[in-house]
Design a binder for this molecule. Structure first.
Ligand code: PCA
Length: 265
């Protein structure tokens, strides 16, 4: 995308210019697909502010929101390559790499914040090990509120999914829709308004959090609080970039991450 390319060029230029800043001041870029209205992005920005405050500006993390720098699918490969130092993704979009990444989108398995937290504690060691093999380190994971179903009619029966075109954010949600006879469409959060206004979808599965930030009521009239699952976002860093920090700065990042992990939407 041309403006992404432009941003990456600006990043390269900024990197070159930063040679003139004191050697001890480190700048990281963190890419997220979610927009500024999302509580996840607000939490990630608060995390960055906490790190800057705790390190007295020794480490500055620039949060690039709304997929402005890197598209969702490219964020993890970009952090792995070190093009950016950190990233945030919807964990379950990684399910083509390993089924463990979609464990938090299994219907009915964890439908409260406490269950979602317990499930994260159980799956974290496996995910941390898989990330480590790619030179990545998870910093924190935060669940979205429970997923429900937005429609333009009152949803009372599963048979109403027959032929319904439903926006879905990951493979498991698509499977869920298909199993009910609906037609799933993979759509990024930022593309929800366009998907509705161009008539590509009739309904969507997401949380009230995304429903609110994407002005769902402009397109649909009903919300079924089905509490299907609480999927998570994961924030992670390139391990080499982390290891380059001094011990105090590393600790400041870990402390801020621990604080960020308790956010709720
Ligand atoms: N919002 C994001 C992921 C899950 C959620 O609640 C979305 O719908 O894309």
């Amino acid at each position: 995308m041309p403006n992404r390319l432009f941003s990456l060029c600006m990043l390269a230029t900024a990197g070159a210019l930063s040679l003139s800043t004191p050697a001890f001041a480190e700048q990281w870029n963190l890419a997220t697909p979610y927009g500024d209205a999302s509580f996840h992005t607000q939490n990630t920005k608060a995390f960055a502010e906490d790190v800057a405050a705790a390190t007295d500006g020794k480490l500055t993390i620039n949060v690039h929101s709304g997929g402005s720098l890197i598209s969702h699918a490219e964020i993890k490969p970009s952090v792995r390559r070190g093009t950016v130092q950190a990233g945030e993704v919807f964990l379950s979009i990684l399910s083509n790499e390993s089924p463990i990444y979609e464990v938090d989108t299994l219907p009915g398995l964890a439908t409260s914040y406490q269950d979602a937290f317990d499930l994260w504690q159980a799956s974290k060691p496996i995910i941390t090990e898989l990330f480590a093999k790619e030179g990545l380190m998870p910093l924190y994971a935060v669940p979205w509120p429970a997923q429900g179903i937005y429609t333009d009619f009152t949803l009372t029966d599963a048979s109403q999914f027959q032929g319904l075109r439903v926006r879905a954010p990951n493979i498991n949600t698509q499977r869920f829709v298909e199993n009910l006879g609906g037609i799933p469409t993979q759509t990024e959060e930022a593309d929800i308004p366009t998907a509705f206004s161009t008539g590509r979808v009739d309904a969507m599965i997401t949380s009230v959090s995304t429903g609110n930030s994407m002005s769902a009521w402009d397109y649909v009239s009903n919300y079924n609080d089905a509490k299907l699952w609480l999927p998570k976002n994961i924030v992670f860093v390139n391990k080499r970039a982390f290891d380059r920090l001094d011990a105090d700065t590393r600790q400041a990042v870990l402390d801020a991450a621990a604080k960020a992990s308790s956010a709720a939407g």
